[in-house]
Design a protein around this ligand. Sequence first.
Ligand code: NDP
Length: 301
Amino acid sequence: MILITGGTGQLGHALEELCVARGIECRVVSRPAFDFARPESIAACFNAARPDLVVNAAAYTAVDQAETDAAAAAAGNHTGPLALARLCAAADIPFIHVSTDYVFDGRKGAPYAETDPAAPAGVYGATKRAGEVAILATGAKAVILRTAWVYGAFGRNFARTMLAVGRKMPVLRVVGDQRGTPTAAPDLAAAILAIAAKIGETGWRPEYHGIFHATGSGETTWHCFASAIFAEAARHGYKVPEVRAITTADWPTPAPRPADSRLDCTRLRRVFGRALPEWRDSLPGIVEGLLTLDGFSQRTD
Ligand code: NDP
């Protein structure tokens, strides 16, 4: 039985959907019953579920808010996940945790490997990095997946925001000098369940321990991503706005973003035999889901 945390989030929701579709036994927990800010709730949910494996999809993900809310970010990304990892270590069960490309400052100029030194530029990235380090030190059977630019038909994300704003404004300005790779939540969920299945088949192996990069394949910029989202939406009758590329300097944010956070996912493929799909291949299904759920497909002219 798999215990999944963060059921109200993009990834947690995608994991639950996949488990249900495939008949995989799972228990999905969310706030308020499971809250990293209340350590007793972590143990209570864990003990009630008696899981064989835990997937932690819960996190403090408000990147800009974290700059002024460091204590909550630390609870959600560091001390809370650490408590969960300790429970997994004590029960001797695997713990699959999710981290971020924002542990890097984006100055490498090439895709990052897991062995590259972390250098988070903001509080969110720093708390996620502290969580990674702490989890690895517990001795738990921990698999940590660093992902990036997560989006899906469910939850808050860049694609949903673009389609909502693009419906109201004829011209959008989107940052064109930050590189990375969009990751569809259902693709990441499928990879996580494949990892869980492989651990189940082979038993735990030492090479499973540690950090793995796990984003969609390919790369883009936020501006190109936005343009691709609108191109796809146009096929459903959505009236497309003009999308202008701007620079990071034109769009200041409380938390700095890495200029180039592409991740090299070779280790995931080598150890678990898994590569996430090209981000462009996953986009049509997600955009269709967003348009359907949000009723954005009608032309407004
Ligand atoms: P979401 O923001 O969609 O969901 C976060 C989930 O965590 C929600 O269920 C939320 O609950 C829950 N949560 C927040 N704070 C707490 C807390 N203190 N205790 C318990 N649960 C809490 O995130 P994603 O699904 O997009 O992210 C999944 C993982 O991927 C996270 O580890 C994130 O750091 C990582 N990631 C995400 C990226 C992205 O672009 N979204 C990019 C890179 C990495 P509630 O609904 O109550 O707020």
